[in-house]
Design a binder for this molecule. Structure first.
Ligand SMILES: Cc1cc2nc3c(=O)[nH]c(=O)nc-3n(C[C@H](O)[C@H](O)[C@H](O)COP(=O)(O)OP(=O)(O)OC[C@H]3O[C@@H](n4cnc5c(N)ncnc54)[C@H](O)[C@@H]3O)c2cc1C
Length: 322
């Protein structure tokens, strides 16, 4: 590795979180490199919603703009995949899948998460269009349409009540989820949400558009959209060499997936390594992921400022007063 391969900060992942962190750091006059594998989680969706000033932008359009903004302040963005982050003296070595490596004084991991969909034939092909998880991301687009909710656990009844905010035609398919409690059934009845018991066998689609939910009994229920509860798994393999393992994240009393634990600034258990976005928090939507990265980036800059000041002091031969 040469001096050219040394950065103040390497950002692993260039989605909403990584690019926001890089923008803050580049504007703080830090030498920053973003390495991005180019597959933001929301790519299957046509548009991004609830991002003020960018309402309805395409997922690719948002990150393309972000990349240009980072580069406009001197940040570097490289297409590629990081395989490992490991210690290298008082810094970190970041290995890429193409066999190259770079050195970083600090690392911001913003690798997002992987949505593990329910094992229902037809679901994967419709992910992000007819098969949905987030009412705030997609609810408006399917307002007043025939919406189904695929039962996955006790929270599914509440999920059905939430989707009811966007349509008065909501069906909860209990599928293999927990039985609906009498209390939840009363609430669903009161809001006109129909409960259909029995396992869902597959989803029917015509030209890539969901048309119906087919039950194991052979019954078919016409639906325009089906809400599911994926398992959200943090993309955290790059941290394994540092001994950082993702742990379960509990949301509203239920385990919804895994995340990398960190303090409120995103600092992990390894000094010098921060995490932001969906890798840190499975619930983070785009602006929340970006906000987390802003907090992490400012904490990283302060950490570097103090290190630079201590180095400067040592160079004078003096010692800091204790
Ligand atoms: C179908 C769908 C629709 C959604 N719609 C909305 C919406 O309308 N509004 C909203 O606010 N939220 C929406 N979300 C949520 C949104 O996708 C997340 O909030 C957001 O993507 C989180 O940003 P992130 O930067 O943490 O992760 P990501 O956007 O997933 O970015 C992570 C980046 O890191 C890269 N990466 C991963 N591993 C590595 C590696 N080892 N080396 C290098 N790069 C790596 C990935 O390729 C990716 O480019 C939606 C989610 C889904 C699934």
């Amino acid at each position: 590795m040469t001096q050219d391969d040394s950065y103040d900060v390497v950002v692993v992942g260039g989605g909403a979180a990584g690019l926001t962190g890089a923008l803050v750091l580049a504007r703080a006059r830090r030498r920053v490199l973003v390495v991005d594998a180019g597959a933001p989680r929301n790519a299957p969706a046509g548009r991004v919603h609830n991002v003020l000033g960018h309402e309805g932008v395409t997922p690719r359009g948002l990150v393309d703009t972000g990349r240009r903004e980072v580069e406009g302040f001197g940040g570097e963005v490289r297409d590629g995949r990081v395989t490992t982050v490991d210690r290298d003296g008082d810094a970190f070595r970041v290995d890429l899948a193409d066999g190259t490596a770079v050195r970083a004084r600090r690392v911001l991991v913003a690798t997002g998460l992987t949505d593990h969909l329910p094992d229902v034939p037809g679901a994967a092909a419709l992910w992000g269009t007819g098969v949905l998880h987030c009412p705030y991301c997609h609810g408006w687009e399917v307002r007043d349409r025939a919406i189904g909710v695929l039962g996955a656990g006790v929270q599914s009844a509440v999920q059905a009540l939430i989707w009811r905010q966007w349509s008065d035609d909501v069906v909860l398919f209990t599928h293999t989820g927990a039985p609906v409690t009498p209390e939840h059934r009363a609430l669903l009845d009161a809001r006109g949400v129909r409960v259909v018991d029995g396992e869902v066998a597959r989803l029917d689609a015509v030209d890539g558009t969901l048309t119906a939910v087919r039950l194991a009994t052979g019954d078919v229920v016409a639906r325009d959209a089906l809400a599911v509860a994926p398992r959200f798994v943090a993309n955290a393999d790059v941290l394994a060499a540092l001994g950082v393992e993702p742990v379960d994240q509990v949301v509203h009393g239920a385990v919804r997936g895994t995340h990398v634990p960190a303090d409120p600034t995103g600092l992990t258990a390894v000094p010098g390594v921060w995490v932001a976005g969906n890798a840190a928090d499975v619930t983070a939507q785009v602006v929340v992921a970006a906000a987390q990265a802003t907090a992490a980036a400012t904490a990283i800059n302060v950490d570097l400022v103090l290190e630079d000041a201590r180095r400067a002091l040592r160079a004078t031969g003096a010692h800091a007063a204790s």
